[in-house]
Write a protein that binds this ligand. Structure first.
Ligand code: PMP
Length: 362
């Protein structure tokens, strides 16, 4: 039997653990912050028709510049966030999930001899992508309540001089909001790249400003988004970025040619034609999240404030035992390794009820 350690793997990868959220076939899967509502049937039919047309020319490579997709994403952002300056296709980049977008960013702006500053607890892939690209990961420290003030971000940047700063707004796994003041303070404190990961932005309150509204005049600010969460499209793997067009030129240096398949492009463009319908469940998910925030204290737990589609809650004596007891009832949540805490995604009303009932029965 050959072990990983027997292979001539890069020294800096030895001993690391891969991303490993369990994938189990269970009744109620609330562990990876998906939108648990299936997509509307009429949208599915339209997507399939677009795929049927695209498959006929799948003998050819796809549009390497995914122009129509970038146009559709720009139109979606102009409609949903009202940026100060209207975005065009030139301001948009996309890849197979925002994970790939983040990886391309570190391939272009990080890498050996360079560093990225992040603020754990945060999205676990941020540091994993750092190690995959040979970028040194620097762990900043958050303020009380997992917040990051403008002063804190400025101090960490001044002390560590990173090439790239990763901010997550709202933050995963805590759900914590990040203020627009902290983002602009981070930008002013560095000559490097500032990435705001807005994977869950659509779940924030309606009057909250996206970092996209800061883009005008800030050519080192990058805002990544995804179709995986609010947009109910996780299986299709589409993430994207809004930034200065020059950033796209940097990413063209590291992306693999034709990285977005013709089928992915066709499916995403078709889904974006139905944006309001695809997003119809967001209000419902937000109300299930608010229900979790209201009900968990009644069961003796302490949920953290959340602007996303999940809730991190404390007061769990033995997270591993609670995780296993819920799994016995076919309910999958996430143990993200914060002592005394578990994370649960807001599901459909029925799924959220099943989770709360199971928790109450323990
Ligand atoms: N950023 C954050 C904060 C996430 O939580 C996730 C998914 N869990 C992603 C990015 C990646 O999403 P995707 O690759 O599906 O776009």
């Amino acid at each position: 039997m050959v072990n990983l350690s027997d292979l001539p793997i890069r020294d800096d990868l030895r001993g690391l653990t891969p991303y490993g959220a369990p994938q189990k076939a269970v009744r109620v899967a609330l562990n990876v912050n998906e939108n648990t509502h299936p997509i509307p049937a009429d949208v599915a039919v339209d997507i399939v028709e677009s795929l049927a047309a695209a498959i006929l020319s799948v003998n050819r490579y796809p549009d390497r510049e995914f122009t129509e997709l970038r146009q559709s994403l720009a139109a979606y952002l102009n409609f949903s966030v009202e940026p100060e300056k209207r975005l065009t296709a030139d301001d948009i980049w996309a890849a197979n999930g925002s994970n790939e977008v983040l990886q391309q960013i570190l391939q272009a702006f990080g890498g050996p001899g360079r560093s990225v500053l992040g603020f754990p607890p945060t999205y676990s892939m941020h540091s994993i992508i750092a190690s995959g690209t040979g970028t040194r990961w620097i762990s900043g420290e958050r303020d009380a309540g997992y917040e990051i003030s403008p002063e804190t971000v400025t101090r960490w940047i001044a002390e560590t001089r990173p090439d790239v700063v990763f901010l997550c707004s709202p933050n995963n796994p805590t759900g914590t909001p990040l203020s627009i003041e902290t983002i602009s303070a981070a930008y002013d404190a560095t000559d490097g790249i500032v990435v705001v990961d807005e994977a869950y932005a659509e779940f924030a309150p309606d009057d909250v400003r996206s970092a996209i509204t800061l883009l005008d005049g800030r050519e080192r600010l990058l805002v990544s988004r995804t179709m995986s969460k609010a947009f109910a499209f996780a299986g299709a793997r589409v993430g994207y970025l809004a930034a200065d067009p020059a950033i796209n030129d940097a990413l063209r240096l590291v992306r693999l040619p034709y990285h977005l398949s013709a089928l992915t492009q066709a499916a995403a463009v078709a889904a974006l034609r139905h944006a309001p319908e695809m997003l119809a469940m967001v209000d419902n998910i937000r109300s299930q999240r608010d229900r979790l925030l209201e009900e968990l204290p009644k069961l003796g737990y302490t949920p953290l404030p959340s602007w996303s589609n999940f809730v991190l809650f404390g007061g769990v004596d033995d997270p591993h035992a609670t995780f296993e007891a819920l799994l016995e009832q076919e309910i999958l949540v996430r143990d993200i390794g914060i002592p005394g805490h578990l994370r649960v995604t807001a599901g459909t009303e029925a799924e959220t009820t099943a989770f709360l009932d199971a928790l109450a029965s323990l």
